[in-house]
Ligand binder design. Sequence first.
Ligand code: HEC
Ligand code: HEC
Ligand code: HEC
Ligand code: HEC
Length: 460
Amino acid sequence: MRDQTGLAFLAGLLLLGSGTCVKSHPAHAKPVNYPFVVGFERFHGGMDDEAYLAEGGFILLNELNCVACHAPPPEIAPQLPGVVATDLGGVASRLAPLELEIFIRNPRFAKRDTTMPSLFAGPDRDLEEVAALRAWLGTLTTTIPDHPVGDIERGRALYHRIGCVACHAPETGYRPPGVPDNAEIEIAGLASVPMNLADLYDLDALTEFLLRPNEHRPSGRMPDFGLSVPDAADLAAYLKAGPDLTLPDNLTEALSAGAPPADDALIAKGRGLFLTKQCHACHTMPGSTDQPRPPLPAKPLGALDPAATGGCFSERPAGGAVPFYGLDLVQKRALAAALRRLEERAAPDPAREIDWRMKQLNCYACHERAGIGGPETSREVYFGFSGAPAIAMGRDGHLPPALDDAGKRLGRGELERILFGTEGPVKSRPHLVVPMPVFRREAAAPFPDLFRAADQTGPP
Ligand code: HEC
Ligand code: HEC
Ligand code: HEC
Ligand code: HEC
């Protein structure tokens, strides 16, 4: 089969690109070597207390979609719906054939800290199956409009002003306009949501993604800022402006050399493998509205052994039907703690559920509630504001409001308008540049009831 050393070298190359030489650009921020889940990383990653660690473990069970294959007990299933992964319709218009192949073989080579596990990294992998999947996914193109060519400098300024840096990394060394010369720009301390794929996506496809993140990523974790086409094009131009990671020609040839021609039989085989190789557990079938469903029987969540060191906890890819996540030690401890305390979730209370959901969706990147979360101090400079009144208001003049008592201050209609973005992203505070971005409806749906229940008696 194909040349293995090429792939190892390629992995090294991509990681070198994203890790060492160019770390100042946000799309190349240094990756961690395990699946990155922001709510776990910020709030639970460093904790030792078993009960608190278990809370973090619940976040992982959902965000890493363990529950897609290991069914949760019915009484806690509503709290663990899992996440629907990237819509693969049109994937071949975003990723080049070689990048697609790498993503199928081992997504960690394309994005080291990705939450997609490897399904072909085990010793028994069949590279012909990889080729078939690549051939089929390679047919999934879509027509992308020719967007205007964006302005990198405008994109850079926007990126550091409209709220992207609440979740993603700032560019090291960048000074947002308006920051007094004598003010020091601190390095962000909290971990940032990785965005290396921005570098791999086709430019127009990246603009499309930024215009419609909730359609492209049904997980609903990347909210919609209601960007105009020119703004999205400028942001895309900036995000792609990091140092080039294009592969050397000879390597590209070496990897593609063994690829069999993508004939109808191979494409049909790839389509079949999408179902049998468990891709369908997390991704919807492109072109259908079916929800993902697990094709293979795996033990239910309640039957998993928390002390297991094999299966999905194993150090090395186990092969067969077992996905490889590359979990780190703290994540494994948290997952095991959550597995031991599953029954405690049977009786959730609204305050706890709000906290948990605000961690999942990273609302805490912008909002504080009950003394938890809020933007970290070193990121406050990336929340744009306008006008002298904003300065007079102090911190309130440029940061999103705290959400204490949100369910008391705001009626249901108001909450729904804000959270569901029925009239677009809400911007009712003229001094703020950052809007309340729109999260996918399914992801935001529980909040109005939860805020009302937790904060009690509000306006009807
Ligand atoms: C794509 C489907 C799939 C996903 C997603 C998945 N697993 Fe698994 N897992 C399996 C299969 C298949 C096995 C092996 C058969 C079995 O034990 O059910 C397995 C085995 C295991 C085992 C060993 C079982 C035992 O009791 O010895 C553990 C523990 C485990 N998985 C935990 C997890 C965790 C935690 C996650 C999320 C981080 C996860 N799994 C995600 C399919 C999956
Ligand atoms: C509330 C946090 C949050 C904010 C604010 C946010 N993002 Fe994201 N973004 C995410 C998450 C989480 C993902 C990964 C989503 C997934 O895979 O389901 C993501 C993914 C992306 C990606 C895809 C790259 C990859 O490797 O997966 C790009 C590009 C991106 N965001 C750009 C932006 C830009 C530009 C802004 C500002 C307009 C922004 N984001 C604001 C959370 C956020
Ligand atoms: C346990 C859930 C899970 C399974 C199983 C899974 N994926 Fe994924 N996949 C994801 C997630 C999550 C992402 C987004 C990763 C990111 O941006 O870091 C993703 C992203 C992708 C992408 C990149 C798409 C884009 O446009 O950014 C491709 C290609 C892909 N998956 C193909 C597959 C194939 C083929 C299979 C089956 C062999 C598969 N996936 C199985 C969760 C999964
Ligand atoms: C990128 C930053 C950002 C993120 C992430 C974010 N918000 Fe907001 N949110 C805002 C801003 C800014 C406002 C104020 C908008 C205005 O009034 O101009 C706001 C307003 C609100 C309000 C109304 C508060 C009031 O007193 O008017 C609620 C409720 C709210 N957000 C809930 C959420 C929830 C729940 C999440 C997570 C699903 C979330 N937000 C994520 C920035 C954010």
